[in-house]
Design a protein around this ligand. Structure first.
Ligand SMILES: N[C@@H](CCC(=O)N[C@@H](CS)C(=O)NCC(=O)O)C(=O)O
Length: 218
């Protein structure tokens, strides 16, 4: 049987693509990757061949096509329930923080664009981005403190919540946003994860440079 396909953008810049990619790797699901460099000549037309929304990521499994990161994670979780915490209360908590990530943090995302291969940049956080960063750290602290005793991830073992927040860890690392307490350890878990390192290595091999995402003094 043909392998499922995940259509992604540049590994360096596409945080939404990283989320289901990381979940697939952690679940050990084999898949073919179609990488479409974003915001170049013909990029939109190429993405539209796969994605009705005109955005990546898109996951194609046999006759099923799923687009949008959180929908792909939910689709994967149907066959792989370990993608959500087993406990109903923890699961509700995980879904809530995933929803927060998916629908929020716009200021943080635009101030600190993902740049997976850039490790040492600095930007001044201002306005809503300050509150966004504080809330993210609070989320990590609370998940780890209340539900993370059984392992190093937000809910102990790797879940969809880690897939959603791993790109934020990369952003904090790139731009030097410091974490303390349990969040510090959580960032170390993400930054040393073999699959995250594989993603970063892929980003390092890419040659495209998208100027609007190249922010920060270094
Ligand atoms: N809500 C979507 C966001 C997807 C998204 O914004 N993808 C960006 C790349 S990270 C994209 O496809 N941009 C291409 C474009 O807008 O032309 C999700 O969660 O998957």
């Amino acid at each position: 049987m043909a392998k499922p396909v995940l259509v992604i953008g540049n590994k360096n810049y596409s945080s939404w693509s990283m989320r289901p990619w990381l979940a697939l790797r952690h679940l050990g699901i084999g898949f073919d990757e179609v990488r479409i460099p974003l915001y170049g000549e013909g990029s939109s037309e190429e993405i539209r061949k796969y994605s009705p929304s005109g955005k990546v990521p898109v996951y194609i499994d046999g006759g099923v096509r799923v687009w949008d990161s959180i929908a792909i994670l939910e689709f994967l979780a149907e066959k792989h329930p370990s993608l959500w915490p087993a406990d109903a209360g923890a699961r509700a908590h995980a879904r809530s923080v995933c929803a927060e990530m998916h629908s929020g943090f716009a200021a943080l995302r635009s101030t600190l664009p993902m740049n997976a291969r850039a490790g040492d940049r600095w930007v001044e956080l201002g306005g809503d981005a300050v509150g966004d960063a504080e809330r993210v750290l609070e989320i990590w602290e609370t998940c780890r403190g209340e539900h993370g005793k059984a392992g190093p991830w937000l809910f102990g073992s790797f879940t969809a919540a880690d897939a959603m927040y791993a790109p934020v860890v990369l952003r904090f690392h790139t731009y030097g946003i410091e974490a303390g307490g349990l969040s510090k350890g959580y960032m170390e878990t993400v930054l040393s994860d073999e699959h995250v390192l594989e993603w970063i290595s892929g980003a390092e091999q890419e040659e495209e440079v998208i100027e609007k995402f190249e922010k920060g003094i270094y």
